[in-house]
Design a protein around this ligand. Sequence first.
Ligand code: HEC
Ligand code: HEC
Length: 333
Amino acid sequence: MRALALLLIPSVALAQRPAASPARVVPLKPFAPPAWAVPSAPIPVGAAPRPDSTVWHHVAGSPRAYTMQQIGNAFDIPDWFPDAHPPAPKSVLYGTRPTGRACGYCHLPNGAGRPENATLAGLPAAYTIAQMRAFRDSSRKSASKDWPTNSMHAVAAGVTDDDVREAAAYFERLALTRRNRIVETTRVPVTRVETMLAVKEGEGTEPIAGRLIEVPDELSRHAMRDPTVRYTTYVPPGTLARGRRVATQGPAGIATACSTCHGPDLLGMAGTPPLAGRSPAGMLRQLVSFRTGARADSASVVMRPIVNALTVDDMAAVSAYLGSLPPQRGAKH
Ligand code: HEC
Ligand code: HEC
């Protein structure tokens, strides 16, 4: 296992290099992800209702109040708990007009992120910088035509390299807190697509039918960009045990544990992102993206043999298991 890691680790450093030559890249096997693995709906275009600018909103425990118009301002973002994170750089709180929207608008000022984007807290700065390069050259794209990953293309094109370095260094210092409760169950609330999934109030429950369903516990707090809102990830019974097997033994035919590259407690290493305690729906979407080739930046080729050997059920299971692990980043903070 170590030998394989040593063989593969040099390609991890590829983050800095141009795309690997096609001859060396493992071809992807055909794969059509089911809709639940990449829930998405077209982003509404045209006249959205103007957000309210008169009603002040509050979230529990925050000293601040914002109107919905302020909450929707990507160039001066809501920061509900300013004392809960170190002073954030301009790129995180204010961004650069016209397209370099503030990182904290989507990823939140403490880097907790939301299931439809990504956690940035605790990501190695080199990895963040490499992903920004991949968004800029479009080698990392959306897993579905409607998914907002492509919004990162405009952001990446609209900020300077110094802004990226500053933001990456800021997020690397932050400790990730786990916000997902993972529940094994046979029935789930009926959901609708709202960029990510949300509970359809008053519609009761339905069979889980093999899916991974992740929803905010309170949609209004999610919509207000409250970093303390929690999420629930529903998976079928037996999923966590299956995920643990995939993570520790590696996918069938590839006896390489995820920790070989993602670090002993799955907390990441130089060039590889941490996986423990992150959003299962977000990680599932990444595995699908590697598998369909939507994520095709040079460093991503390392994940190809892994995802080629995983079924979508394995992907969901390993994502749920990884999401259930403690992020244990506190010591670094
Ligand atoms: C308009 C919303 C939005 C803004 C603003 C935004 N991001 Fe993102 N970001 C996203 C989405 C959506 C994804 C992709 C999720 C996916 O690939 O499934 C993403 C993904 C990322 C990733 C990949 C993380 C990973 O684990 O692979 C990084 C790194 C990142 N963003 C950094 C930044 C930085 C730095 C800024 C500010 C300069 C920023 N983002 C601003 C929406 C945004
Ligand atoms: C041979 C090394 C290697 C192994 C083994 C490996 N990974 Fe990865 N993984 C990587 C690298 C490198 C990246 C970053 C790719 C990039 O920069 O595009 C990555 C990225 C990821 C991401 C994207 C995270 C994010 O922040 O967007 C997920 C999810 C992931 N791996 C899951 C897994 C799982 C699950 C396993 C075990 C079944 C696994 N990996 C095994 C090297 C590896």
